[in-house]
Write a protein that binds this ligand. Structure first.
Ligand SMILES: Cc1cc2nc3c(=O)[nH]c(=O)nc-3n(C[C@H](O)[C@H](O)[C@H](O)COP(=O)(O)OP(=O)(O)OC[C@H]3O[C@@H](n4cnc5c(N)ncnc54)[C@H](O)[C@@H]3O)c2cc1C
Length: 414
């Protein structure tokens, strides 16, 4: 429908993703929601078989060498399935980003390739029981001892804690009070067999079946060659990682909002009240219009951010702002769009007869994980004030366009 945004190769890839989505059995979605499946390993293997993983990564490691725009186009399709399956599709992209951008050739050979071909299942561990937003306050430690780092601590809410076999773990490698907090952290590739315990699977409101749990590290021995980048580079890598984390949250939820709208709009054409299809009441059809506008606005800003990442590597401030705006707008507006679809359905929308109640439960998470809306606002305002200071965006001194602009006695600021 919006293929005019995409090149020919991306349209083909998107169509392949759409066919893949059609092939997923409904029972998988139901079993995941009922917590009967904690981690759908075969789904990830099938994604790899269909060459849908590693969209942005180099061909020499099995990737497709395409763009952020291409990845978002695929993710919207996959997002139709559920937030959990969208997230599991995205984790190879998130974890792969750290290895691709900062890893050694050996790490790319050993891990990136295996991730893209569906031989290793990955998870990212940032959040700790003591907090997620205040990332640099992490307390998990990695202490160097000969050829190993010894990891101790805990991570919370990790998707893939159950099921994944390779974890990307942030840990403190310095507690020197003279070292800035963002330089006290390093990033490690930790294999489950190195001694990682997964403790607990939460009773989640939605987005079930992705293996979300707690990770415990008790004297876990990680070879020194498994550090990504260098000691203390974790903060810098974290900044880069926020692109895939937040872009995938924005891209995935587009699919779910689109799916719920389709269900609700079809229902509204069939359901009769007061002798007419309910779609003939403005109170209903305007909800469909609002839901669609929210979806299209989310899609527009998400693709704009994707294009910025593809073409604006020299302007990280702009990329950070647009990615944060896309994450906030898409997750909040798509949630609101799903809520409108639910309202259009009336009482039956609140039952398991239609899938919208599940989408509603799933979607609530999106503005919380991978950085809350409040944290997105912190970044958005920070980057905008920085841009203003550099005076990049003003074409003329707009303030002087006011009739009384030179009443300087009135322009008192304190
Ligand atoms: C199902 C699920 C899956 C998840 N998957 C993963 C995963 O795979 N890996 C991972 O590492 N984490 C994961 N998370 C964790 C998620 O990213 C965090 O929950 C999130 O970042 C918020 O952190 P917190 O829960 O510790 O809340 P807190 O950081 O304690 O925040 C609580 C509230 O305070 C607000 N707040 C905090 N600081 C500020 C501030 N400076 N200004 C304004 N408001 C502020 C927050 O916005 C929030 O509303 C997952 C969470 C869930 C529920």
């Amino acid at each position: 429908m919006y293929n005019f945004l995409l090149d020919k190769d991306t349209i083909e890839l998107k169509n392949r993703a759409r066919e893949f989505v059609k092939s997923i059995p409904r029972q998988l979605l139901i079993d995941m929601d009922e917590d009967k499946i904690q981690y759908p390993t075969d789904y990830i293997k099938d994604l790899a078989k269909n060459k849908l993983l590693g969209v942005r990564f180099p061909k020499e490691y099995g990737g497709l060498g395409m763009s952020w725009v291409s990845e978002i186009a695929v993710l919207e399709e996959i997002g139709v399935l559920s937030l959990a399956l969208g997230c599991l599709y995205s984790l190879p992209s998130i974890v792969g980003e750290a290895i691709n951008e900062f890893g050694t050739d050996k790490q790319k050979d050993k891990y990136l390739r295996d991730i893209i071909i569906g031989k290793r299942f990955v998870a990212e561990a940032l959040t700790e029981p003591r907090g997620g937003s205040d990332f640099f306050g992490a307390t998990t430690t990695a202490v160097k001892d000969g050829n190993y780092y010894i990891l101790n601590g805990q991570k919370r809410f990790v998707v893939g804690a159950e099921g994944a076999d390779l974890f990307l773990v942030y840990a403190k490698t310095s507690d020197d009070p003279n070292t800035p907090r963002n330089k006290q952290i390093s990033l490690f590739l930790v294999e489950r067999e190195m001694g990682v315990e997964s403790k607990y699977v939460y009773g989640l409101m939605g987005t079930r079946g992705g293996g979300a749990g707690r990770l415990v590290f008790k004297d876990v021995k990680v070879p020194v060659e498994n550090i990504i980048g260098y000691e203390g580079q974790g903060g810098e890598i974290f900044n880069q990682m926020m692109y895939p984390e937040r872009m995938t949250s924005a891209g995935g939820i587009l699919g779910m909002a689109r799916a719920s709208l389709e269900v609700a709009a079809k229902y509204s054409s069939k359901r009769i009240a007061f002798g007419r299809p309910i779609s003939k009441f403005q109170g209903v059809s305007f909800k469909i219009a609002d839901a669609l506008t929210k979806l299209d606005a989310s899609r527009a800003i998400t693709f704009m951010a994707a294009k910025a990442l593809d073409e604006n590597h020299d302007n990280p401030g702009l990329c950070r702002r647009l990615v944060s705006e896309a994450k906030r707008v898409a997750t909040e507006e798509c949630y609101s769009s799903i809520d409108l679809s639910l309202q259009v359905m009336g009482g039956i929308g609140y039952t398991t007869v239609y899938p919208i109640e599940k989408m509603f439960r799933d979607a609530r998470l999106a503005s919380i994980w991978t950085g809350t809306s409040e944290i997105m606002n912190l970044i958005i305002q920070h980057e905008y004030y920085s841009e203003l200071k550099l005076n990049k965006n003003t074409s003329r001194d707009i303030e002087l366009d006011a009739k009384a602009a030179f009443e300087n006695d009135e322009k008192i600021y304190q």
